[in-house]
Design a protein around this ligand. Structure first.
Ligand code: GFB
Length: 314
């Protein structure tokens, strides 16, 4: 199914890291009829409000980038919020899309849906083959439910609802709050603050040994539009960069880009999380999508975004 440039496309979560990149990329590609609503205008936790919105705005296509997200600490310490808010938002959006006759719906999950010790790289078929990583199991369970919701609505009602599982995403508009952010923005901020304050060291969490795969938000945005245009199957699909990096190497890279000259210390009282989560993105690559932004360029751009917004974030 190819999307007409004047189609009514609703981007849920357009103020977030992923949703804002998707909205920018849609506009850049000439999609002229985007629908967005800030949280104050449309509370996605309120099913009646969501149904009213669908009835009034009549979106033809929906990209669900709305979620309660956070790094390892936020996930580990707010289990109820991560489970309740994510289940509720996605249930409202998916069920509402069915009631409103939305033509196509793209649900975005996360690589944390896979079992903690699954073989690597993570193939789509490894879903539900073993226990989850405990620190983010609540978020993972919600995301797995979202995948299953899309499958169920396809089977029972014939809806064209598809799902993509992105790896760890970073980019402009990220959350740089040290308690709730993911590792990449957290380290940009920590090294920047240390440089500004002439500190002698920066404390990073865990051992530094875990491996992660990072994808720049604008690459994910292009992948989402590509999937809306080219993919109509029930099987959810992995979206990764195909490049792995240890947290230690990531810290060294960010330290260099930011220009901090002190030491890195590791606080091993903080959790490492899953040892490795490297997606097998071969289905996506074989269809012709490829990431364009390498990690150093991406970190430079994310750092520029922190500098731009820093007075507000501080
Ligand atoms: O990005 P992150 O918070 O989450 O942490 P996950 C990745 C790794 O970086 C962990 C280490 O091993 C952390 O211990 N790390 C080192 C730090 N220093 C820091 C720091 O200052 N802040 C943070 N946040 N981490 C998330 C899930 O897992 O991945 C979410 O919690 C989501 O549910 C997301 O799925 C994609 O990569 O471990």
């Amino acid at each position: 199914m190819s999307i007409p440039k004047n189609a009514r496309i609703y981007v849920a979560g357009h103020r977030g890291l992923v949703g804002s990149a998707i909205a920018r990329e849609l506009r850049r590609q000439g999609y002229s009829n985007l629908i967005t609503h800030a949280r104050a205008e449309l509370d996605l936790l309120d099913s009646q409000a969501v149904n009213r919105f669908y009835a009034d705005s009549k979106p033809e296509f929906v990209i669900d980038a709305a979620a309660k997200v956070g790094g390892i600490h936020a996930n580990n310490t707010q289990p109820a919020s991560f489970l309740y808010e994510n289940l509720t938002i996605q249930n409202n959006l998916i069920h509402g899309a069915h009631l409103a006759g939305v033509k196509k719906f793209l649900f975005l999950g996360s690589s944390c849906i896979y079992p903690k010790l699954a073989p690597q790289p993570l193939k789509e078929e490894y879903l539900l083959t073993g226990p989850l990583e405990p620190t983010n199991q609540w978020y993972a369970v919600a995301k797995i439910s979202g995948i299953k919701m899309c499958e169920a609505y396809r089977r029972q009602y014939g809806c064209n609802f598809i799902s993509a599982m992105p790896t760890n995403i970073y980019g402009p508009n990220d959350n740089f709050d040290l308690n709730t952010s993911h590792v990449l923005p957290a380290l940009i901020r920590k090294f920047h603050d240390a440089k500004e304050n002439n500190a002698s060291s920066v404390v990073c969490w865990g051992t530094g040994n875990p491996l992660r795969e990072f994808l720049y938000s604008e690459d994910l945005a292009r992948a989402c539009i590509f999937l809306l245009d080219n993919y109509d199957a029930e099987q959810f699909i992995n979206v990764g960069s195909g490049a792995e990096i240890s947290i230690r190497e990531l810290a060294e890279t960010i330290k260099e880009i930011v220009g901090f000259n002190g030491r890195i210390e590791w606080d091993t009282s903080k959790p490492d999380g899953t040892p490795r989560k490297f997606l097998d993105s071969s289905t996506m690559f074989n269809m012709g999508w490829r990431p364009e932004i390498d990690i150093k360029t991406g970190i430079q751009r994310a750092y520029a975004s922190l500098l731009e917004n820093y007075p507000n974030d501080k």
